[in-house]
Design a binder for this molecule. Structure first.
Ligand SMILES: NC(=O)c1ccc[n+]([C@@H]2O[C@H](COP(=O)([O-])OP(=O)(O)OC[C@H]3O[C@@H](n4cnc5c(N)ncnc54)[C@H](O)[C@@H]3O)[C@@H](O)[C@H]2O)c1
Length: 207
C-alpha cells in the first residue's frame, strides 16, 4: 500500500495492538505467529486480522503464519514509528509527571521532548531530565525541536486555550487527558484519554 493511501481509523487503532503483541513475541523469541494465535491472544477475530494485514501486502505464509520481525518492521513503518516522534507535554502536575516518567514508549521512537507549565514555581525544574518551560517558549521550542504531537494534562478549564496555542505552533495531533472536548477548525487529530467516562461506561455493566 502506498503511504499516501488512507487507512481506516479502525485499522489505525488496531495496528498498535498488533504491534504490542508482536513486540512481546519478539522479546520471548517467537519468530512466527498465525492469525489464529494472534486473534486468540488479542480477542480479535482472526479473519479481521488477516484482512487488516493483507491490505498492506502479502506477508503471511499459508500454514506457517506471519514472520514476527518482518511484521513488526512493517507495522512500525505504516504507523510512521520508524522515525523519532517528538512530543510536547503541557501541564506538569500529577498526571504530567507520571506520563513524563513513563518511558515505555521510547522503544517505539516516541519521545517527550519538551514540557510546559504556566506555574512559575514549576518552571526551571526537571522531570525525567527535561526542564519545565513557560508557555511563552512553546511556539519557538516546538519549531526548534521539530515537535509534532502533544499531550495535554492541564485542568479542563485551561485545555482549550492550551490546545489553541499548540495548534498555532504547528502541532499535528493532540492526546487530551483533560475531561473536555477540544474544538478546532484546523486539520488536527485530537484523541482523548478520559479515565472518568471510561469508568462510567464500565459502571453500566455492573450486575
Ligand atoms: N490525575 C489523574 O489521575 C488524572 C486522570 C485522568 C485525567 N486527569 C486530568 O488530567 C488533567 C491534569 O490532572 P492532574 O491531576 O495532573 O492535575 P494537577 O493540578 O496536578 O496538574 C495540572 C497542571 O497544569 C498546570 N496548568 C494549569 N493551567 C495551565 C495552563 N493554562 N497552561 C499550562 N499549564 C497549566 C498546573 O500548573 C499544574 O501543574 C486534569 O484535566 C484532570 O482532570 C487526571
Amino acid at each position: 500500500m502506498a503511504k499516501s493511501e488512507k487507512i481506516s481509523e479502525a485499522v489505525v487503532r488496531r495496528l498498535p495492538i498488533y504491534l504490542r503483541y508482536l513486540s512481546y513475541l519478539q522479546q520471548v523469541g517467537v519468530t512466527t505467529v498465525s492469525s489464529q494465535q494472534m486473534g486468540k491472544n488479542l480477542d480479535i477475530n482472526p479473519a479481521q486480522i488477516r484482512k487488516d494485514l493483507a491490505a498492506f501486502g502479502d506477508f503471511g505464509k499459508k500454514g506457517i503464519g506471519y514472520d514476527v520481525n518482518y511484521l513488526v518492521e512493517k507495522i512500525r513503518q505504516i504507523l510512521k514509528l520508524d522515525q523519532e516522534i517528538r512530543v510536547a507535554l503541557v501541564g506538569a502536575g500529577h498526571l504530567g509527571h507520571a506520563i513524563s516518567n513513563y518511558n515505555a514508549f521510547l522503544k517505539d521512537q516516541i519521545r517527550i521532548a519538551a514540557i510546559f507549565d504556566s506555574d512559575p514555581a514549576k518552571q526551571g525544574k526537571q522531570i525525567a531530565g527535561i526542564t519545565i518551560q513557560p508557555l511563552e517558549e512553546l511556539k519557538e521550542t516546538v519549531k526548534e525541536r521539530h515537535i509534532r504531537l502533544a499531550i495535554i494534562t492541564v485542568p479542563a478549564a485551561a485545555a482549550q486555550s492550551v490546545a489553541d496555542l499548540l495548534i498555532e505552533a504547528g502541532i499535528e495531533g493532540i492526546l487530551n487527558f483533560a475531561p473536555t472536548t477540544i474544538r478546532t477548525e484546523k486539520e488536527v487529530r485530537i484523541h482523548y484519554a478520559d479515565v472518568t467516562s471510561s469508568l462510567q461506561s464500565l459502571a453500566y455493566y455492573l450486575t
